[in-house]
Design a protein around this ligand. Structure first.
Ligand code: AMP
Length: 486
């Protein structure tokens, strides 16, 4: 495999990546960098964690290098590259990476997303910036407010396009693309290259080159999968038990709903396990603080929903625990993609209640692995439920622990106990079944009427935070949020 020095990257960029500690390019970088440097449109099949940001970021910066200048005049620093991402966290992380790569180029980068005061963003845009990373809604807010001009964009990157599609962002993206020069380079990255993604590529890209790494549903071989049968009402207790008895230090836990995430974090803290939740109800600064505390080891357990965790760059995470199994097997792949990266070993533990059995089977089919079941003493299941969860002929490791206790006791849970995600449409309404953050479900609506206030992200539960009325807060907590008015 060629090294970075063989990829024709300029010394300014090589110096920056050396500083980042990168010694060799990743497979997606080897494939994408020459194509992007050559000015080709690229359709990239790669998920977060593969190094795709440098894959498009380094050649993109190199192409913009001739425009680098030290002039203080904003007119000399128009937006020349636009990177659109589905979530605020991903936007922040991509911009942080690009800023690092651009360190010695003289090119400016900035990020804009909802949930933050618009004023500092407006100020950064006013000063001039060559590389802009944004979520679609907030970008349109700035366009509406005339604080952003996109007429000189030369390169457009659509990052995690599959997620943008799932989250209903494509109308906003289409609107944004209409504001860009038609002569431009477009790069589209997606974890999966489905028919829908190819259709998007057909409409937005011009004769693209396809680059792809790893099968979309592949999971790292270094990950150990385990499913622990447990009655639903005992899951929280089991989680505390596992974290404490196995001395797990840095655990990312997934729940189906934001309400569930909050409640679980609260209960874990009560159990003496330091935990925090990260989800769409939290303000952006709150989310970033939670993420940093977790990365620095100040918080032992980070409880997240799929949407909130999307694109989180947490390296070498040893443990992912599915408190609730995801609705779609692809989300299982995404969830555990955070562990076992770059050859590190990781463990993905799923707490599986009887009514989640079908989901577990769908996951096993997708990842083509029979996940070994592990019975833990004291966390009761009735024998029928257990036998339905324990495969007759597991391919992999077999049960490691068995106990009479585990086969007795717990009552079967009624399916209606399962929560529907706050604000999410009824089951089956969405293609991927990802618990939806309402922020992603609404069409674009400007939020710029009061530019000096901290403008909320679209669909965000502003009333819960700004109103002192308990009735509103309770409604928000139970999933109520701004009603659409027609
Ligand atoms: P990404 O898929 O772009 O989100 O990158 C995932 C992680 O891999 C980030 O923490 C990057 O800093 C890191 N990374 C990207 N390229 C390389 C490389 N060539 N060598 C080592 N780490 C890398």
């Amino acid at each position: 495999m060629p090294g970075f020095s063989e990829l024709n990257l300029r010394p300014e960029l090589l110096k920056a990546i050396l500083e980042q500690g990168y010694t060799d390019p990743t497979p997606i970088q080897v494939q994408a960098i020459p194509q992007v440097l050559a000015g080709q449109d690229v359709l990239g099949g790669a998920q977060t964690g593969t190094g795709k940001t440098a894959g498009f970021g380094l050649p993109l910066l190199q192409r913009l290098l001739p425009h680098a200048n030290t002039s203080a005049s904003p007119a000399r620093h128009p937006v020349r590259a636009l990177v659109l991402t589905p979530t605020r966290e991903l936007a922040a992380q991509v911009e942080e990476s690009l800023r690092g790569y651009a360190k010695y180029t003289g090119l400016r980068t900035t990020v804009i997303f909802g949930g933050m005061n618009m004023d500092p963003q407006t100020e950064a845009l006013r000063r001039g910036v060559e590389v802009l990373v944004a979520t679609p809604g907030r970008l349109l807010d700035h366009v509406q407010q005339k604080t952003l001009n996109l007429s000189q964009v030369e390169v457009l990157v659509l990052d995690e396009a599959d997620r943008m599609l799932d989250m209903g962002f494509i109308p906003d993206v289409t609107r944004i693309i209409k504001l860009l020069p038609s002569k431009r380079q477009t790069l589209l990255f997606s974890a999966t290259l489905t028919d829908d993604i190819r259709k998007l590529s057909d409409s937005f890209l011009n004769n693209p080159v396809m680059v792809q790494v790893a099968r979309s549903n592949a999971t790292a071989d270094s990950i150990k999968h385990v499913a622990i049968p447990v009655a639903r009402e005992k899951k929280r207790e089991l989680l505390s038990y596992l974290v404490q008895t196995r001395d797990l230090k840095q655990v990312l836990v997934f729940t189906a709903t934001r309400l569930g995430a909050n409640r679980l974090a609260y209960q874990l803290n009560r159990d003496g396990v330091h935990a925090t939740a990260i989800h769409g109800d939290k303000s952006q600064p709150e989310r970033l603080i939670a993420l940093n505390d977790f990365k620095e080891g100040k918080v032992r357990v980070l409880v997240a929903t799929d949407v909130a965790a999307r694109g989180l760059d947490i390296e070498d995470l040893p443990h992912v625990i599915n408190f609730d199994l995801p609705n779609s097997p692809e989300d299982y792949v995404h969830r555990i993609g955070r562990t076992g990266r770059a050859g590190a070993t990781g463990e993905a533990i799923s707490l599986v209640s009887p009514e989640e059995h079908e989901r577990l089977e769908a996951i096993e089919k997708t990842i083509r692995v029979t996940i070994p079941r592990e019975l833990i003493s004291g966390f009761g299941m009735d024998s029928r439920s257990v036998s339905s969860l324990v495969p007759q002929k597991p391919h992999g490791e077999v049960r490691r622990e068995r106990s009479g206790d585990a086969l007795s006791g717990a009552r079967r849970e009624r399916p209606r106990d399962r929560e529907r995600p706050a604000g999410a449409p009824a089951q089956g309404a969405r293609r991927s079944g990802v618990p939806a953050d309402p922020i992603f479900l609404e069409p674009y609506r400007p939020t710029v009427s009061q530019p000096s206030a901290a403008a909320p992200a679209r669909g965000e539960i502003t009333s819960a935070r700004t109103s002192g009325k308990p009735a509103v807060q309770i409604a928000a907590l139970l999933g109520g949020f701004r009603l659409k008015t027609k």
